[in-house]
Write a protein that binds this ligand. Structure first.
Ligand code: ADP
Ligand code: MG
Ligand code: ZN
Length: 476
């Protein structure tokens, strides 16, 4: 008899919040400064320094919790998680164990039978650690505390997911909600979103969960999917052999396509949590909560509904545009300037998606500004450039957000609308292509296309093909 197995997955997701300053001090959170320049006594753990909570961190955490239908813990506090590691100068991390800010929420994902709710067990606030740099110098490791004290929220799900598809659907939805809130950019590659996958398998129909492992070091959706498949198969093979799964943390190596054990439950650390005596408990008033709830942005579903009534664009376009907060912002702002939703959408659906795919980029990374996109649309509208030239200009905009008006001027890409020049060139083309001319006169409409093409070539692409066609008809 062949046994059937079910995969059970729960996630722990760390998200760096988009505050300007750190969670317990006024240091900058900007990424990439010179090492140890965004630091002070608080975030380097100097004795006697005192932390003060950044109000914006609480606001982001509460708004993420409300967006995920969580209960907000009206009286909450911070705890110390004690461990020694050189990237953690205080010897403890300030986190929340006993009273996390949010509990009991969910995110609904689409699955084959409609919606499925994935439970959010809790969301807590905590500080990030510094960064160890191992390979810059021989025989020593350097530490950079710029990241120490950068605010994080950790979102812990219930073990409600059953496949890598569900995990990716959940993560995409989670990321979109947080991006819509402006609480983080959630970039896996840059570490502003980090996902740990807890996974076990059990025989189908078994009411109890199996023993789980935890996988870290997953920095793309692709790696997450591969790690889930790999770990699922590894555990099923063990069970089939009659062996036990060991509860442990494993590191996924995406290049080799396999995982290896990092540490097991036996050497699991005892963090000796206790309430942080330096931070006062937080009391959240009704008014404060109501204020945040009232200020929640329009999320995707509402945005889609509004687009349907407000803009005359296809559902397909709406689906894609609202799938990225950044693209939706660009669409709305460019449309507000030029008043042409369909034209703006065409640039997004066509050239933008093509370039994103070609360069393996995410919609968040689009650098074209609304002002420049609107200006490009106007250039085409006014026939100052033709469609092909517009595409060329757009590539430069996509790469460097160039001003299209200036770019067209500098590169001399303007369409020649001067009737006299055009007439002269068309006459030359007619004289040089007697065969096509007689074909056209003999009723072959196709020959006209060839002559338009020859004229465009002679004009180095800088003519309006419709005007050229008209002129050719007239002169033939
Ligand atoms: P711990 O307190 O040991 O960290 P938690 O109960 O907090 O364990 O669970 C951590 C994560 O592991 C959660 O995302 C949870 O959904 C997931 N999880 C717990 N048990 C299992 C299991 N048997 N299989 C898969 N995931 C699990
Ligand atoms: Mg845990
Ligand atoms: Zn600081």
């Amino acid at each position: 008899m062949t046994r059937e197995y079910e995969t059970v997955i729960g996630l722990e997701v760390h998200v760096e919040l988009a505050t300007k300053t750190k969670i317990f001090c006024g240091c900058s959170t900007a990424f990439g400064g010179r090492p140890n320049t965004h630091t002070c006594p608080v975030c380097t753990g100097m004795p006697g320094s005192l932390p003060v909570l950044n109000r914006q961190v609480l606001e982001y955490a509460v708004s993420v919790g409300l967006a995920m239908e969580c209960d907000i813990t009206r009286t909450c506090k911070f705890d110390r998680k004690n461990y020694f590691y050189p990237d953690n100068p205080q010897n403890y991390q300030i986190s929340q164990l006993y009273l996390p800010i949010c509990r009991n929420g969910y995110i609904e994902i689409e699955d084959t039978e409609g919606g499925k709710k994935i439970g959010i067990h809790e969301i807590h606030m905590e500080e990030d650690a510094g960064k160890l740099i191992h390979d810059a110098w021989e025989d020593c490791t350097l530490v950079d505390y710029n990241r120490s004290g950068v605010p994080l929220i950790e979102i812990v799900t219930e073990p409600d997911m059953r496949s890598s598809q569900e995990v990716i659907a959940f993560l995409e939805k989670l990321r979109l909600i947080i991006q819509y809130l402006g609480a983080s950019d959630c970039k896996l590659q840059e570490g502003s979103m980090r996902v740990d996958v807890n996974l076990s398998v059990r025989e189908k129909g078994d009411p109890a969960y199996g023993t789980r492992t935890e996988m870290k070091n997953l920095n793309s959706f692709h790696a997450i999917s591969r790690a889930i498949e790999g770990e699922r198969n590894r555990q099923i093979d063990l069970l089939k052999e009659g062996e036990a799964v060991v509860q442990e943390t494993r590191r996924w190596d995406d290049e080799k396509g396999c995982s290896h054990a990092m540490r097991s439950k036996e050497d699991a650390q005892d963090y000796r949590y206790f309430p942080d005596p330096d931070l006062v408990p937080i009391r959240i008033s009704r008014e404060y909560l109501d204020g945040i709830r009232a200020g929640l942005p329009e999320f995707r579903t509402e945005k889609m509904a509004r687009y349907r009534t407000e803009y005359d664009i296809p559902d397909y376009d709406i689906e894609i545009i609202t799938g990225s907060k950044h693209m939706a912002d660009l669409f709305e702002a460019a449309t507000a300037i030029c008043g042409q939703p369909k034209k703006v959408s065409n640039w997004l659906m066509g050239e933008t998606l093509r370039l994103l795919r070609e360069r393996e980029m995410d919609a968040q990374e689009i650098r074209v500004s609304p002002k420049h996109l609107a200006a490009l649309i106007e250039l085409v509208e006014k026939k100052e450039i033709n469609g092909n030239v517009a595409k060329e200009v757009y590539e430069a905009m996509f790469a460097r957000d160039v001003d299209p008006v200036q770019y067209v001027e500098e590169k001399g890409l303007k369409t020649v609308n001067d009737e006299e020049t055009l007439r002269r060139v068309v006459k030359e083309v007619i004289a040089a292509n007697p065969q096509s001319v007689s074909d056209y006169r003999g009723g072959k409409e196709k020959a006209l296309g060839f002559l338009v093409g020859q004229t465009m070539k002679a004009m180095k692409g800088k003519a309006d093909p419709v005007s050229v066609g008209g002129l050719l008809r007239e002169l033939l």
